[in-house]
Ligand binder design. Structure first.
Ligand SMILES: [Zn+2]
Ligand SMILES: [Zn+2]
Length: 235
């Protein structure tokens, strides 16, 4: 029986998947990526009847974090994540929220940075942290192999991958992060992404065009003995 429950609450004009996740045994929960629309998040918390212990952040982009400081103050809970390499984004949340015309948006100071190999806990559940740079330098994924669940922010989407036209992003690095940190997971692991529908590792491994392309490029590189990164970066 699954010990973890998750409720996805699309928030902000970006339809970002804020996720209320909780341990069913203890009814202790976390809010992941509260980008805004806090009344909707608070309504979901009340409906689920869970006690929120923490806020987790997958990365520092404004659509994921603009409501984090306000929610932290309202719930009196600590913020964990992302990786410290997203500090430059968290210091600019207010500015970038204003530039997008968002109503909320305060700069964020995490209480705990998360690094590859760390664990984050909620109730009786432990999530392994994987640093997945590429979409942003400090992007992380929260993995629970036993519960067959991965929360990946904007690293991987159903049929797509995170955009890499933003400051500090790197497409080749993003594909490498997905291949090294996410694809080793079992096919039946459910993936909650930062936008759009949930998917599974197996479905993305088999059908995600960006990952097929990555496999083709690396095979080509091995055959020619050259460096494939330059041609790949042009796509
Ligand atoms: Zn993002
Ligand atoms: Zn996003």
């Amino acid at each position: 029986m699954s010990k973890v429950k998750a409720l996805i609450i699309p928030v902000t004009p970006f339809q970002q998947n804020c996720t209320l996740l909780w341990c069913e045994a203890t009814k202790r929960g976390v809010v992941i990526d509260p980008g805004g629309d806090l009344p909707e998040i608070e309504r979901a918390i009340a409906q689920a009847k869970v006690a929120v212990d923490k806020i987790w952040l997958t990365h520092g982009h404004v659509d994921h974090v603009a409501g984090a400081a306000d929610l932290k103050a309202r719930l009196n809970v600590p913020i964990e994540g992302p990786h410290r390499d997203d500090l430059f984004l968290l210091e600019r949340v207010a500015e970038s929220a204003r530039s997008f015309g968002m109503q909320e948006g305060e700069n964020v100071t995490p209480d705990r940075w998360l690094e590859d190999g760390d664990q984050a806990e909620v109730g009786e559940l432990k999530f392994d942290i994987r640093h997945c740079p590429g979409h942003s330098p400090g992007s992380i994924a929260f993995l629970n192999a036993a519960q067959r669940l991965a929360i990946v922010g904007d690293v991987l989407f159903a049929g797509s991958v995170g955009r890499t036209d933003l400051p500090g992003a790197d497409h080749a690095q993003l594909i490498q992060s997905i291949r090294d940190k996410l694809l080793p997971l079992a096919d039946d692991v459910t993936v909650i992404s930062g936008h759009g529908p949930t998917t599974t590792i197996g479905r993305e491994r088999a059908t995600n065009p960006f990952l097929q392309q990555a496999a083709a490029v690396s095979a080509e590189t091995e055959l020619s003995g050259g460096r494939g990164a330059a041609s790949f970066a042009a796509t």
